[in-house]
Design a protein around this ligand. Structure first.
Ligand code: UT7
Length: 335
């Protein structure tokens, strides 16, 4: 058995910055409310006409990760792309990335696990590498939320949170089983599927029905979130799944070099930090600048932490996520 390790990280954020003050212009909200309840000060939205999307952002992040990994795109054996906002209903965006990177025929798979998507994708890549089936895997998280949000007061509890962006990592095989991904822990609980969901475009309502309905009051095309219920579940599951990883690896909380929680809400991250008695240096947050980019939030934060020199060889890194499904998971990495 091999281990897998990350050898290159990259990120891409659209240039268009949307502040809380910008949102105040289209909906009944305030900078105070957003900062106090979520920690978010600004986020990025793709500007219409910029010709950007999930695949193009994923490609830009991937090119940086590949360069840092010092390998050619053509040496990638598998692409895993985590997103809840694919460019098309089908096919998935992974194949669009494959085409743009000019990788002839490697498998390209979309992972539809929402906020936990990147953690699920890393765990999946790890398994393919561990068994020896693939050597180099490109793992991407990319989201384009802004085009599908209800930017009126009706959608404010969700729309102020989400942002656009992408992150990517290159993983490869290592024969040193003391480094790389040491363990991963995945869970889901489908009974809460609708508590954080977008159910509008679905196979129960095929196209002719959707076109003839054309109902401006139909909010099923916008994301729905039962905020407080999600919040309460999130803090419990984050805690459980980090504990699961600590138990498996035998690490104590104070040995954690960097915890990168999915950037759902700064208050959730602060709760988790307090629960494990971690210092500010042990937790990375950038939700203040990018909002919640769901599957992209962990690889973007991982890239920034690495760029800032906060993750170096030897650092014990913990990734943890919770989101729609409900789904949750953690990955323990000896960098
Ligand atoms: O990423 C996947 C996982 N996601 C999460 O983990 C998110 C979990 N949930 C949350 O982060 C929080 O529940 C929210 C940030 C979504 C909402 O914060 P909250 O403190 O739970 O607020 P709330 O939904 O209980 O709403 C409180 C009040 C309500 O007004 P009333 O009924 O008290 O008069 C809302 O209508 O705040 C109002 N409100 C807003 N006011 C200004 C809701 N959204 C806004 C807004 N601006 N954007």
């Amino acid at each position: 058995m091999f281990n897998s390790k990350i050898i290159g990280v990259g990120k891409y954020l659209p240039k268009n910055v949307v502040s809380n003050a910008d949102l105040e212009k289209t909906m009944d909200t305030s900078n105070e409310w957003i900062v106090e309840r979520t920690g978010i000060q600004e986020r990025r939205h793709i500007k219409k006409g910029d010709n950007d999307g999930v695949a193009t952002m994923g490609v830009k992040a991937s090119k940086i990760a590949l360069e840092r990994a010092n390998i050619n795109a053509q040496d990638i054996d598998l692409i895993l792309l985590a997103t809840l906002s694919p460019d098309y209903y089908f096919p998935g965006s992974g194949v669009l990335v494959q085409d743009a990177l000019e990788i002839p025929d490697c498998p390209a798979m979309d992972i539809r696990m929402q906020c936990s998507g990147f953690v699920y994708a890393l765990a999946t890549a790890d398994q393919f590498i561990k068994t020896g089936m693939y050597k180099n895997v490109l793992v991407i998280g990319s989201e384009y939320h802004s085009g599908g949000l209800d930017m009126t007061s009706r959608g404010r509890n969700v729309s102020v949170i989400f942002g656009d962006g992408a992150g990517a990592v290159v993983m490869t095989r290592t024969e040193n089983n003391k480094e790389g991904i040491l363990s991963s822990h995945l869970h889901s609980e489908g009974k809460h599927a609708k508590e954080l969901s977008l159910i509008g475009p679905n196979t129960g309502r095929w196209v002719p029905e959707i076109i003839t309905e054309n109902d401006p009051e139909d909010i099923s095309y916008y994301p729905y979130m039962n905020g407080q219920f999600v919040f309460k579940n999130a803090i419990v599951r984050f805690t459980e799944v980090i504990n699961e990883g600590l138990k498996k690896t035998g690490w104590s909380a104070n040995e954690i070099g960097m915890l990168i929680p999915h950037q759902a809400n700064l208050r959730i991250a602060q709760f988790v930090q307090k629960k494990f008695g971690l210092s500010d240096d042990q937790v990375y947050n950038n939700i203040q600048r990018y909002g919640n980019t769901t599957a992209a939030s962990i690889p973007i934060a991982l890239t920034e932490a690495w760029e800032e020199g906060k993750i170096v060889p030897g650092t014990k890194v913990v990734l943890a996520a919770f989101g729609s499904g409900f789904t949750w998971g953690s990955v323990m990495i000896q960098w």
